[in-house]
Design a protein around this ligand. Structure first.
Ligand code: PRP
Ligand code: URA
Length: 209
């Protein structure tokens, strides 16, 4: 599928397997999510625009490539997306961070917005949306809808685990955005949880339940 990128790196797969284990506690879970975000971010940002700048080495002046501009916006979907933010900031410390608050209704599984604050000017930035779980795709679709309504044009979405239903819904609604997925799981269950999945990502990151 064009614009959908499944991660294959052994380090990412290994860490995702550790995340799935119900014996993995909050502290380790949080660290793993951050590490996976670093590894996935490295892949997802490989097409960042570059420019040649002049640098004086101890030997001579040379033209050498650096990332062009400082126009990256990282936008976690609350709550669970917060767990991936520091991973991306490790790679691009100067990035601005927006937030979109969404929760899934327990009955309908449809997303409800409760917060949205994005860095200005959003239309000039590459926006990287973070959410570890892409289940029905409702939350991711709504998050990208908001960003586009506010002017965002250049958007990537990163998730650790996706269900086929989520990838299909997000890709169908927004075929122009790149979707980076750590692992594609089997299916959703009747409560719209990803199987085998890792359970409730927000609860596991923040130690709630
Ligand atoms: C989870 C997850 C996603 C959403 C995915 O959030 O972090 O945002 O579900 O499901 P979907 O693809 O079916 O929309 P949740 O609603 O549980 O909120 P939380 O992060 O605050 O726990
Ligand atoms: N949200 C989660 O945190 N986990 C799932 O499996 C589905 C949605």
């Amino acid at each position: 599928m064009e614009n959908v990128f499944l991660m294959e790196h052994p380090l990412i797969q290994h860490k995702i397997s550790m995340l799935r284990d119900k014996a993995t506690g909050t502290n380790e879970f949080r660290k793993l999510v951050e590490e996976i975000a670093v590894l996935m971010g490295y892949e997802a940002l490989r097409d960042l625009p570059m420019e040649e700048v002049e640098v004086e080495t101890p030997l001579e002046v040379c033209k050498t490539p650096m990332i062009a501009g400082r126009k990256l916006a990282i936008v976690p979907v609350l709550r669970a997306g917060l767990g991936m933010v520091n991973g991306l900031l490790t790679l691009v410390p100067s990035a601005k961070v927006g937030h979109i608050g969404l929760y899934r209704d327990h009955e309908t599984h449809e997303p409800h917005e409760y917060y949205c604050k994005l860095p200005d000017p959003i239309e000039e930035r590459l926006v990287v949306v973070l959410d570890p779980m892409l289940a029905t795709g409702g939350s991711a679709k709504a998050a990208v809808d908001f960003i586009k309504e506010k002017g965002g044009k250049n958007i990537k979405f990163m998730c650790v685990i996706a269900a086929p239903e989520g990838i299909e819904r997000l890709h169908k609604a927004h075929p122009d955005i790149q979707i980076y997925c750590g692992h594609l799981d089997r299916c959703l269950n009747k409560d719209a949880y990803i199987c085998p999945g890792l359970g409730d990502a927000g609860d596991r990151i923040f130690g709630t339940k």
